[in-house]
Design a protein around this ligand. Sequence first.
Ligand SMILES: NC(=O)c1ccc[n+]([C@@H]2O[C@H](COP(=O)([O-])OP(=O)(O)OC[C@H]3O[C@@H](n4cnc5c(N)ncnc54)[C@H](OP(=O)(O)O)[C@@H]3O)[C@@H](O)[C@H]2O)c1
Length: 285
Amino acid sequence: MHSDVAVLGLGQMGSALASAFLRAGHRVTVWNRSAAKTAPLVAQGAVAAASAAEAQRSAPVVAACVLDYPALTGILDPALSSRTLVNLTSGSPEQARSLATQLASEGVRYVDGGIMTTPPGIGDPRSMILYSGDQDAFAAASDLLSALAEPINLGAEPGRAALYDTALLGIMWATLTGWLHATALVTADGSTAAHFTPLATRWLGPVAGFVAGYATQVDAGSYPGSDATLDVHLATLEHLVHASEVREVDPALPRLLHDYARRAVEAGHGADGWARIVELLRAKA
Ligand SMILES: NC(=O)c1ccc[n+]([C@@H]2O[C@H](COP(=O)([O-])OP(=O)(O)OC[C@H]3O[C@@H](n4cnc5c(N)ncnc54)[C@H](OP(=O)(O)O)[C@@H]3O)[C@@H](O)[C@H]2O)c1
């Protein structure tokens, strides 16, 4: 083994990972299905492997970042046995668990990773990558992995990093769509997104504060409406639905939120706070 780490997959993300390992002074072997993508990394000091199997023999830690699990399982090799696989390919928690179980029986130490940034954020210690899986392997690799971003250890359950990753992306999409809906509303009346957005980002600060308080309520299963009741939320959501309809902005998102509030109020929870909605979300599952 002549390298500290082998990187399988040199797309946008894999190339950023390999480059960050090199900048941190590690010896890096690289492999990509299309060999031409190894050239910029070889120029930075990496060694190009002739095959995926050769790369997997070259280092104690193999970091994989390809399109999806079918692409990943297609390149894994028996040479991986006794190595640590740090899988940074996105997938579901169930895919991570299944692969971890299969690889454990083959002597591979499996760590799953969820990258919470885009390629330019790799190498920045303010970025985070979520990890779960083999705890001894994670501990041994954590110095190496800190070259990529702050490593956040979520424990031994291999699917947890993927679960948190996808849950956090859900927050991102819901927040972005809420902001875009709001922007469609204000631009319909002649404002600009640029004028509105500083107020929107300032508002995200208090909203983050609400979330911290509601986390305690969700864990306790008790949702006192001590800041604002669902009765008040429901009345206010009427305005959002109305303002959308009048401006011919798609009212689907506010109608969804209005529907949650209405159902909770009709079930007798009008004096509770917004965190009560989690019970409706759970019932849908
Ligand atoms: N980009 C991001 O911001 C970001 C953020 C978090 C997580 N991720 C995750 O990182 C992974 C890679 O994303 P990316 O942005 O780097 O994508 P990308 O630029 O499209 O790169 C895809 C990589 O997968 C390889 N690949 C695809 N099919 C393959 C196969 N059948 N066998 C072997 N290799 C195969 C490609 O090889 P070729 O070069 O030969 O096509 C390439 O190296 C994905 O799981 C993605 O969800 C990306």
